[in-house]
Ligand binder design. Sequence first.
Ligand code: NAD
Length: 258
Amino acid sequence: MGRLDDKVAIITGAGSGIGRVAASLFASEGAAVVVADVVADHAASAVADIEASGGRAIAVTVDVSDEAQIQAMVDAAVSTYGGLHVLFNNAGIFPDDDGGVLDTPPETWARVMEVNLKGVWLGCRAAVPAMLTSGGGSIVNVASFVALMGAATAQLAYTASKGGVLAMTRELAVEYARKGIRANSLCPGPIETPLLAELLADPARRERRLVHIPIGRFGRPEEIAKAALFLASDESSFVTGSALVVDGGITAAYVTPE
Ligand code: NAD
């Protein structure tokens, strides 16, 4: 018995990092998975991995900020697997030139909002009708711990976009609570994925962040994928409108252990 047996799941940004690990995990729990990513080769290789392990998956190339492409992604799920039950809105960007109030370029602000915030909305907008006709579903939107607390190492557009994801997810959850669709946010702390590879490769920048994590290390993608699995599955059937924080204790801490 898999925890996602008979479910069809779309995961955006599933070619790399958290999304890729989640795609394999969801497939191993019985879901038919739509592996969606803007990088076609990465989506295809993630599908090959899943198939090699006996799972079911298809690759879809999508830019989540594009309305027509997002609709085509949902249509592919429905036409291939007959419905849609889970949407893991995981795709996100974290550009190097996203900085403080005075130095974040307006073009960077705009692109981050397009992908990280509008992309999540477009995903929900396309998925909700398909979930309603499939008898209900679960939407998991990736925010971040930076949506909950500020940092002197500013990344203004990213932080604002993730705050928007939190607020939007609450409202979506309330609107559809009696219609069989649950919606929750996931707030990861810093996780060792390609998104943070450059930043964490710099010993000074790495240490500047590590000191704030009570558990004393960065997270692993599978630790976020497992939280997403809980929210995606019926095990979380009374959980909606919540923000699940998986951050090694960062948001709980004022002073961390020696
Ligand atoms: P990653 O860079 O390893 O993977 C992100 C994936 O999203 C990539 O495969 C990329 O091609 C894809 N993508 C980017 N833009 C896209 C677009 N427009 N359309 C479709 N796909 C697109 O990153 P990750 O660390 O696995 O991050 C996944 C999510 O987790 C992101 O939303 C990120 O903001 C969030 N997050 C990450 C961390 C962390 O520390 N890594 C912390 C908090 C939140």
